[in-house]
Design a protein around this ligand. Structure first.
Ligand code: HBI
Length: 96
């Protein structure tokens, strides 16, 4: 399904409203590294995001080692950033 890619202005405005996210080198994604108290907290976070992702049909690219989780959000169907990435980042900002 084709999903519209954000314009550079929309992308930059969206980043201003987020906390701790950075634009990837290639400009196609937003990324964050999160640190939790322990693995239990980190995995609980991942479980909550997984339920959101399943409902939104939009899935993160992520990497977890013990209490750290690195999240990269991009929209494959848009070959870049879409509103779905911003919405998921806002959800994540709201639960950490
Ligand atoms: N997740 N990040 C991301 N990007 C997508 O384009 C995407 C997805 N999850 C499911 C999904 N697309 C489906 O709509 C199919 O296109 C696979």
């Amino acid at each position: 399904m084709a999903i519209p890619r954000l314009t550079e202005t929309e992308r930059d405005d969206a980043l201003k409203g987020l906390s701790g996210w950075t634009l990837s080198e290639d400009g196609l994604a937003i990324e964050i590294e999160l640190e939790f108290a322990d693995f239990n907290e980190a995995f609980g976070f991942m479980a909550r995001v997984a339920l959101y992702a399943d409902k939104a049909d939009h899935h993160p690219e992520w990497f977890n080692v013990y209490n750290k989780v690195r999240v990269r959000l991009t929209t494959h169907d848009a070959d870049g950033l879409s509103a779905r990435d911003v919405a998921m980042a806002q959800f994540i900002d709201g639960i950490v």
